[in-house]
Design a protein around this ligand. Structure first.
Ligand SMILES: *[C@@H]1O[C@H](CO)[C@@H](O)[C@H](O)[C@H]1NC(C)=O
Length: 499
């Protein structure tokens, strides 16, 4: 009879105690090749789909800009690594540009200057005790491969594995953390279903699903390649990074609860279930709903491709960690029948997910500040996929002004990191946190108008000077002290107003 009181007392004292990050919890910052490198046609690099889109259809980019020069990171390896040292990060997550390695998109010719550039970056990081974490594909597909259909073409499985093989053999002696793909949902849905990313195709309900089959198989075959040819000698880890928003039901009604769950299964489960679940394959609800709607719409077969048993088995368990990019939370209700465009991915999941009432919006119109969303999502991943190791590979906040006294970003990091600590208390196996982004950069269709950086970059200056924002010092302080101190104000900055 006394036990409940003891537990209550324990809960009371634990809550009063400040949570802190273990000494082996790792912190880093991230970028992606097209967003920061520039040098788009330097030293033999080939054309990517982002070079092509920005050069031929610049009206897709809100400010008409492109990544031709971006942050000019290609020419600033030594000084940028020094900034990473200043921040005190354990690792740097960056991506490799496929057309910088294979200018034609194919393995017929390997561009040595591209290999040299990444060798220089990797060696400079290691010389400063910073671990390189490498993303193989962060959206800059060789244009030549788009011209044969891009990711909806299943032949790209072979071409991606050719590319991954060269990356493992060139860099794997020093790179021990590999991420095959960054955000498959965006690579597939946005690029081939809704047109929000290059190549900006709009075959909603078709293109994205075809892409997902190719991308998942490319991932699994790459993982298999590492196991067969590299793991014994290189001893690294290979995983994938999925984007996931949290979604919760707008009401207790069965319809809204189902809509929120469908939203998670269609947006997270789509790529997570084949890899991380015990049963494998796409989520059952996805297979059933898409098959049903496809039939109603007169298609001779489901718009969602299916895997063979051998493919299901190959995909299952094909990631050494769950890479998670998280930014935002939505409130979901059932999509009214009359609002459903058919066919579409939204009609397929049947959820209408919007800004939670009363929430702050970042500089991106989709970024709603709901700090407990990350804790809820991490717990959903824990229960859904038997508590995989989660590496948070992106989390961050955008604004449009680039203010150095970036209190809204600081507040975001403090509150989201507090919820990460609480998720760890809940039993989630989160080992790693990555702030997006190291510096302001080319934010895809939003050009330079939305800024996520810890460092401000002056894009009007040919030299692209970087200046640390207040958030850079706050992040450094968290890394050093392992605790979140909401009152910490670095020298030379104004105190942030209390929330
Ligand atoms: C977390 O994941 C790591 C890596 O897989 C593993 O070594 C560790 O035992 C896990 N920790 C818990 C608490 O499950």
């Amino acid at each position: 009879m006394k036990t409940p009181i003891v537990i209550l007392l324990l809960a009371y004292f634990c809550k009063g105690q400040q949570l802190s990050f273990d000494s082996n919890f790792r912190f880093g910052v991230a970028t992606a090749s097209y967003q920061v490198e520039g040098a788009w046609n330097i030293d033999g690099k080939g054309e990517s789909i982002w070079d092509h889109l920005t050069h031929t259809q610049s009206s897709y980019i809100v400010d008409g800009s492109n990544g031709d020069i971006a942050c000019d990171a290609y020419h600033k390896t030594a000084e940028d690594v020094q900034r990473l040292v200043d921040l005190g990060v354990d690792f740097y997550r960056f991506s490799i540009s496929w057309p910088r390695i294979f200018p034609s998109g194919h393995r017929n010719y390997i561009n040595q200057a591209g290999i040299d550039y990444y060798n220089g970056l990797i060696d400079e990081l290691l010389a400063h005790n910073i671990t390189p974490m490498v993303t193989m594909y962060h959206w800059d597909l060789p244009q030549s491969l788009q011209e044969i259909g891009g990711w909806p073409n299943p032949l790209l499985v072979n071409y991606f594995v050719d590319y991954a093989d060269v990356l493992f053999s060139s860099f794997g002696d020093r790179v021990k953390e590999w991420i095959t793909f960054n955000e498959p949902v965006q690579v597939c849905s946005d690029a081939y279903s809704t047109g929000g990313l290059a190549p900006a195709y709009t075959q909603d309900g078709i293109g994205g699903y075809l892409c997902s089959y190719t991308l998942l198989m490319a991932h699994a075959r790459t993982y298999e390649l590492y196991n067969n040819n590299y793991r014994d000698t290189q001893n690294g880890r290979v995983g994938i990074t999925l984007s996931a928003s949290w979604g919760y039901p707008a009401s207790n009604s069965d319809e809204d609860v189902e809509a929120a769950e469908n939203f998670l299964q269609f947006k997270v489960g789509w790529f997570a279930h084949p890899i991380f679940s015990s049963t494998g394959d796409f989520p059952t609800v996805m297979k059933e709903r898409i098959a049903q709607l496809s039939q109603e719409e007169g298609f001779p077969r489901s718009r969602l491709p299916s895997f063979t048993d051998e493919e299901v088995a190959l995909l299952k368990g094909s990631s050494d960690f769950f890479g998670l990019n998280h930014y935002t939370t939505n409130e979901c209700s059932v999509l009214p029948e009359e609002d459903a465009i058919r066919p579409s991915q939204q009609a397929d999941h049947g959820a209408l997910c919007v800004q939670p009432p009363g929430t702050e919006v970042g500089g991106s119109d989709w970024l709603y500040v709901v700090p407990e969303g990350i804790r809820n999502l991490l717990n959903w991943i824990r229960t859904e996929y038997d508590n995989p190791e989660v590496m948070i590979t992106e989390n961050g906040f955008s604004d449009r002004d680039g203010d150095l006294n970036d209190c809204r970003r600081i507040n975001y990091f403090n509150e989201y990191l507090q919820n990460v600590l609480e998720a760890i208390e809940d039993g989630c196996n989160v080992t790693t946190y990555t702030a997006w982004s190291f510096m302001d950069n080319f934010e895809w269709m939003k050009g330079y108008s939305e800024k996520f950086g810890l460092y401000y970059v002056d894009f009007n200056d040919d030299d692209r000077p970087r200046t640390p924002k207040m958030s850079a010092y706050v992040f450094k302080n968290i890394i050093q002290t392992r605790v979140i101190d909401t009152t910490y104000t670095p020298d030379g900055f104004e105190v942030c107003a209390a929330e």
